[in-house]
Write a protein that binds this ligand. Structure first.
Ligand code: NAD
Length: 520
């Protein structure tokens, strides 16, 4: 029996030897670039360079050369998963758990190199990169334990003459489709949950981060997951769409944007010729996350928490703060302090330890965010702007804007970049009304001292994760089960006690135990 779950401790970056270790790991990774990422279908591999991932901070640096999967590869990977499923689901839950925990140990041994690869492939600053690796390890450890518990089934009512049992059995083949912004943790979470419960996985990672997805598959296989039970299809959205359509796929685990999530839910609902089941879809989607600041809030606490939540990793977290709804009596004070805090943010390269705001993931993201920043500057009042350095990299300034018109897209749409809009509200109830108007309901924050205010907001909020008097990002596995409501997601919360239920079906067996005589 393994020890109870505990979160993997993050690195103590304040210690000089730890920082030296990071810089050595970066040198080592740089010497290995570009990484080769094959299409992996069972034991077969096919290399190629149809898909390149590049460093957002220096786009001429190629980080990974990946083979681009084709629709024929999707068919082959699903057929392989079908073969792998028999072997994998036949193993006991504790044997599968052992393989996942061995994969966690593989990552633990290489955590500095994995973090260094995140710095290069996704421009994650060290703190965030290390946290992502720790979260991936946490998912493996947490779901491994959870699946062993689930395999014990549930107690049912028993009456004389019958025996009733309820078991949780794997759904079958799970297509996992992941985003780039938590390039190890998110694909690892969805994949490990599916595997822990006995399913076979075909993983289609984000096109921006195939190098990290390859590390995940290597970890799982090194841990003892059979090759046929986890295949890797690097590719763009069309390969994800083909996986969703495939009639032999039983479930889709998707994390990404709302438009893609809607399309996946629509497509998965169509029963294809020859398909003998309904597909289930777990979809974790975007957000428009608001922080409410009550007139009694402690601004010493609120200002750094809001700045960190809005601008860490350049606002490219689904949980990032993008709107502040501040009570009118303290609005001027908050704006003045936010302006001071944001003006001194360091916009710079992810590898530099003092960087607050790294470059964004790619040119298209830079263009999209720049568009929103131009709209914000035209229609509102720019309160603060931290400028990026000159030179290469997909940089955007960090921007705080106030006084936008109520129908501004900056207030309603997910921007996924370093933009924070501040709005004055009459009071906390007015703020709750505005939050309630949104279709997104992922995370939210509240700064208030009065317990009555906290209670009221807790009752009214539609969001999946409400954070009170703290930052609104950084959910920890087992402590803050994570996921959105409304159009922010369909699923039970990741890193929580119910998540695995989405990867199983229930089977109830009722047996007549009255004696029927001996069968010979
Ligand atoms: N709720 C959460 O837990 C959570 C966590 C992280 C990111 N996100 C969201 O993810 C988004 C950012 O990630 P992104 O830019 O990678 O998202 P995205 O939706 O563009 O892409 C996600 C994945 O879907 C694939 N894809 C694209 N089109 C597809 C299609 N038609 N069918 C199937 N797959 C398709 C992509 O190739 C990628 O692998 C943001 O909206 C963010 O809020 C949500």
């Amino acid at each position: 029996m393994p020890e109870p779950f505990a979160n993997e401790p993050v690195l103590e970056l304040r210690r000089a030897p730890v920082r030296a270790g990071l810089s050595d790991a970066l040198t080592q990774i740089d010497a290995e670039l570009p990484l080769a990422v094959p299409v992996r279908i069972g034991d077969d591999t096919r290399s190629g360079d149809g898909l390149l991932s590049t460093d957002p901070g220096a786009p001429q640096r190629v980080v990974a050369r990946a083979a681009a999967a084709t629709e024929a590869d999707v068919d082959a990977a699903v057929a392989q998963a079908h073969r792998g499923l028999g072997q994998w689901r036949a193993m006991r839950a504790d044997e599968r758990a052992r393989a996942l925990r061995a994969a966690a140990a593989w990552m633990r041994e290489r955590r500095l190199q994995l973090a260094a690869l995140e710095v290069r492939e996704c421009a994650k600053p060290w703190l965030e990169a290390d946290a992502d690796v720790c979260e991936a390890i946490d998912f493996l450890e947490y779901y491994a334990r959870g699946a062993v518990q689930l395999a014990e089934g549930r107690e049912l009512l028993q009456v004389p003459g019958e025996r009733n049992e309820m078991a949780y059995v794997p759904r079958g083949i799970v297509g996992v489709i992941s985003p780039w912004n938590f390039p190890l943790a998110i694909p690892c979470g969805m994949t490990s949950a599916a595997l822990a419960t006995g399913n076979a996985v075909v993983l289609k990672p984000a096109e921006q981060s195939p190098g990290l997805a390859e590390q995940l598959v290597q970890a799982l296989r090194a841990g003892g997951v059979p090759a046929a039970a986890v295949s890797l299809l690097p590719g763009e959205g069309d390969i994800g769409a083909a996986l969703v359509r495939h009639p032999d796929v039983h479930a889709i685990a998707f994390t990404g944007s709302l438009p893609v999530g809607k399309e996946i839910i629509r497509s998965a609902a169509e029963v294809q010729d020859g398909q003998r089941h309904f597909k289930s879809v777990v979809a974790e989607l975007g957000g428009k996350n608001c922080v409410i600041v009550s007139s009694d809030a402690d601004l010493d606490e609120a200002v750094p928490a809001i700045v960190g939540s809005a601008f860490a990793y350049a606002g490219q977290k689904c949980s990032a703060a993008s709107r502040v709804l501040v009570a009118d009596p303290i609005a001027d004070q908050l704006l003045e302090r936010l302006a001071g805090a944001v003006a001194v943010l360091e916009v710079g390269q992810a590898q530099t330890l003092g960087t607050d705001v790294p470059p964004v993931i790619e040119r298209a993201a830079q263009e999209r965010i720049t568009g929103y920043q131009e709209t914000a500057a035209r229609d509102g009042h720019v309160v603060a702007r931290a400028q990026p350095p000159a030179g290469g990299g997909w940089f955007c300034p960090a921007l705080v804007v106030a006084d936008l018109p109520e129908d501004s897209p900056v207030l309603g749409e997910e921007i996924f970049g370093p933009v924070l809009a501040v709005q004055r509200v009459r009071d906390v109830d007015h703020a709750c009304d505005l939050v309630d108007e949104l279709a997104f309901a992922l995370t939210g924050g509240l700064f208030a001292r009065d317990p009555g205010t906290v209670r009221r907001v807790r009752e009214r909020t539609p969001v999946g994760n409400l954070y009170v008097n703290r930052g609104i990002t950084g959910a920890m596995v087992g402590r803050q089960p994570f996921g959105g409501n409304r159009l922010s997601g369909t699923g039970l919360k990741a890193g929580g006690p119910d998540y695995l239920l989405q990867f199983v079906q229930q089977r109830a067996v009722s047996e007549n135990t009255m004696r029927h005589g001996l069968v010979v």
